[in-house]
Design a protein around this ligand. Structure first.
Ligand SMILES: *Cc1c(COP(=O)(O)O)cnc(C)c1O
Length: 430
């Protein structure tokens, strides 16, 4: 089911306006006082800082951003008939597919918005970090659209081990460095301290922040975790609600999404939560995370740093601690030690559930999905599919017919090495 372009949402939805209490604010790492807009001004443009702290329910999407969204939005919602048949389940399964965007994931929804507000503020360059490269390629595309320079630090192990990822970013005109690099003070000191390091997201973040902070024409850009990123992603859930109605469903009984930093999950589920809070529905929302990085299911709800070096503001979130190093699972986008403060708060208020999935169960779900629906999902998305399969199989046993919605956040075309390992029986079950 593809909606007409005229149904692309006109506003982003801000759940903060509808929650029973205000979420705990981010704190300055030095003073431990609530952060002020001025604290963030060296890194982000005011338009995005205002969104980060906004309590308004609806924030208008600029026409220029909606025009770019038309390249892939509204994204399709599809009834998974063949998957239902294969499972022999009376459940009705729908999936919202974000893999048809220019770079194959939901991340473009926020990248385009961030590039727009930076351009508007007169910035000429954005810097960022990337691991496997999904966020880097989304931002590279968005900077190309708005004629901004884009400089990306990619974790060395990915830069060297997944060479096609940086070619994708370079195709959109970005400059990509292997991190740690020689170009920053932080990078040089990491190289001195850890001579043969394979790099980490924490190191790459430090390099990208250092360059943005030193140049008034540059900003730093983050692909998940922060409120404004989740806000931009709410186009997903708003469209999904319209599409379910067009399918003739009164409500979803349960929504499954994968959770790394929380942006695709928040974007999909927060509009559903609004319907719950208004008393119109009673939809269960479920975060699916890897067993190897179980922040929501096994972490603590407390203030913690967003990075390894302890340079970012303190965020109140479910966290495994900034030193947590997960087993090397294939869903690179889900390996973050924390979780978006907004989703953490929603979970804390018991408005969302969470489960964890080991990677072999996730890939088995992904392969079944590919063989029935014809789409190879991103490694991350497989966790959401695995959660939904548990539910659909249970429904078959119980003889119930719940309406299940799955967020399929991306395409797995660049994850084929992981599929290869799974199909060969060589994947560790972490
Ligand atoms: C980055 C990514 C994720 C994880 O990030 P969230 O912010 O939790 O959404 C999930 N799926 C895909 C396809 C990704 O690229």
């Amino acid at each position: 089911m593809v909606l007409d372009e005229s149904k692309i949402p006109t506003h982003w939805y801000n759940i903060v306006a509808d929650l029973p209490e205000a979420p705990p604010p981010p704190l300055h790492p030095g003073t431990r006082e609530p952060l002020t807009p001025d604290d963030l001004a060296p890194l982000f443009p005011m338009g995005l800082i205002a969104q980060e702290a906004s309590t308004e329910r609806w924030i208008e999407i600029p026409q220029a951003v909606r025009d770019i969204y038309r390249l892939w939005r509204p994204s399709p919602m599809i009834r998974a008939w063949r998957l239902e048949q294969e499972l022999g389940t009376p459940a009705r399964i729908y999936y919202k597919y974000e893999g048809a965007s220019p770079v194959g994931s939901h991340k473009t929804n926020s990248a385009v918005a961030q590039a727009y507000f930076n351009k508007e503020a007169g910035r000429t360059k954005l810097t960022t970090e990337t691991g496997a490269g999904q966020w880097g390629s989304a931002l590279a595309f968005a900077c190309d659209v708005f004629d901004l320079e884009c400089e990306i630090w990619q974790v060395r192990s990915s830069y060297e081990g997944k060479p096609y990822r940086h070619v994708l970013m370079e195709t959109f005109g970005a400059t990509v460095h292997s991190s740690p690099s020689d170009l920053t003070q932080a990078g040089r000191s990491f190289q001195e301290r850890f001579p043969d390091t394979s790099g980490s997201l924490g190191m790459a973040i430090s390099e990208a922040i250092e360059v943005a902070a030193a140049d008034p024409n540059s900003s730093y850009s983050l692909g998940s975790v922060l409120n404004h990123v989740l806000l931009h992603q709410t186009v997903i859930g708003q469209e999904a609600l319209q599409q379910l109605a067009e399918f003739g469903e009164e409500q979803a009984d349960v929504v499954y999404g994968c959770a790394g930093g929380g942006s695709n999950l928040g974007g999909l589920t927060l509009p559903f939560l609004r319907e719950n809070l208004d008393g119109r529905t009673s939809t269960r929302l479920v975060a699916c995370e890897p067993k190897a990085a179980p922040s929501l299911t096994e972490g603590e709800y407390r203030y913690d740093f967003g990075d390894t070096a302890g340079m970012t503001p303190l965020l109140k979130m479910y966290t495994l601690g900034p030193d947590f190093v997960p087993d090397p699972v294939h869903a690179g986008g889900l390996r973050y030690h924390g979780m978006a403060p907004l989703l953490s708060f929603v979970k804390h208020l018991r408005m969302m559930d969470a489960i964890s999935v080991k990677q072999r169960e996730a890939f088995a779900a992904g392969v079944l999905f590919a063989r029935t629906e014809g789409i190879v999902p991103a490694s991350e998305s497989n966790h959401a599919i695995a959660g939904a399969l548990r539910e659909a199989r249970q429904a078959a046993e119980d003889g119930t017919s719940p309406v299940i919605v799955i967020g399929v956040s991306g395409s797995g075309q660049l994850d084929l090495p992981a599929y290869s390992e799974f199909l060969a029986g060589d994947m560790a079950d972490s």
